[in-house]
Design a protein around this ligand. Sequence first.
Ligand SMILES: NC(=O)c1ccc[n+]([C@@H]2O[C@H](COP(=O)([O-])OP(=O)(O)OC[C@H]3O[C@@H](n4cnc5c(N)ncnc54)[C@H](O)[C@@H]3O)[C@@H](O)[C@H]2O)c1
Length: 263
Amino acid sequence: MTSHNHGKISLVGKKTLVTGASGGIGSSVCEHFARAGATILASDLNLSSPLQTLMENYPGQIHFKPFDLTTASGLENCSQEIKSLVPEILFNNAAIFDMGSVLDANLDQYDRIFALNVRAMYAIMQAAARALVASGKEGSIINLASQAGRRGEALVAHYCASKAAVISYTQSAGLALAEKGIRVNALSPGVVDTPMWDHVDSLFAKFENLKIGEKKQLVGEEVPMGRMGKPEDIAKVALFLASDLSAYITCQTINVDGGNVLS
Ligand SMILES: NC(=O)c1ccc[n+]([C@@H]2O[C@H](COP(=O)([O-])OP(=O)(O)OC[C@H]3O[C@@H](n4cnc5c(N)ncnc54)[C@H](O)[C@@H]3O)[C@@H](O)[C@H]2O)c1
């Protein structure tokens, strides 16, 4: 799928769709993939200033289109875009987080989380797979799971369940598409310092009566490697999964978490 030179991964000639591209991990993936030569359709609700700066630094390589993947029209427009673009690489990353135990996490929260983290994740993966199969091209699909999908958490019922679903869909899709040369894997980050974790931190502050920033510090210290992840920690493994260095890996969920989850 890709060529290599002195250990450097090249994605030259590879079209990539990144959802949630304005976010912490998504924008880092755009940067790493652009540096490797990919052309990128970056999508999110809005264009963030880090992503805008990247577009200026890689002129002509990163194009932005806004889609709200929880609306019928946003999902349809994104699927149409995929059909005409036929990206060889999908970084299926957009998601939201919210908290609540089974005593208070209601069905509205379930609907909001599952609409994006599971329903849209599935629909975008399906659109990408269909476009690749119709054009006879091989590809690599990377879904964003989480350590939260490996084990339930008392205060995080719906988000954990949504990420367990990502792991399961990754396995089913990988098995269904293996013979077509389309690999499907997931990344399972631990705790990564992004805007999402600022939101997580503020929710824990409320639920556990902590100061702002306290939960973030605690979870970082608890990581065996002693720190929170950086978006680039995830982006580098995404680069590996996108390239043919990982040509014989499919259906897997790969922990990128400094040692938090052992499997
Ligand atoms: N940060 C972490 O610690 C962590 C840990 C495990 C897994 N993850 C997963 O990694 C992925 C990226 O997370 P992040 O930390 O970069 O989060 P982030 O909040 O920085 O980025 C997520 C992006 O998704 C976008 N988004 C939200 N609703 C959308 C919608 N309706 N349509 C389209 N886009 C929408 C947001 O605007 C945001 O830019 C997510 O799937 C997340 O669940 C993150």
